[in-house]
Design a protein around this ligand. Structure first.
Ligand SMILES: [Fe+2]
Length: 55
């Protein structure tokens, strides 16, 4: 599964970790996060995230 990065604050969503503080279980793909989820660091929505390319 792909990581996604917040284009506002550079928070990286890692599907292996999820976002348990917001009720997103580890192993949840970014695509499967509810649309009303907010970046845990800056509060923007999924629209402000883009795929994070790792080398
Ligand atoms: Fe953010």
């Amino acid at each position: 599964m792909k990581k996604y990065i917040c284009t506002v604050c550079d928070y990286i969503y890692d599907p292996a970790l999820g976002d348990p503080d917001s009720g997103i279980e580890a192993g949840t793909a970014f695509e499967d996060i509810p649309e009303d989820w907010e970046c845990p660091d800056c509060g923007v929505t999924k629209e402000d995230f883009e795929p994070f390319e790792e080398d």
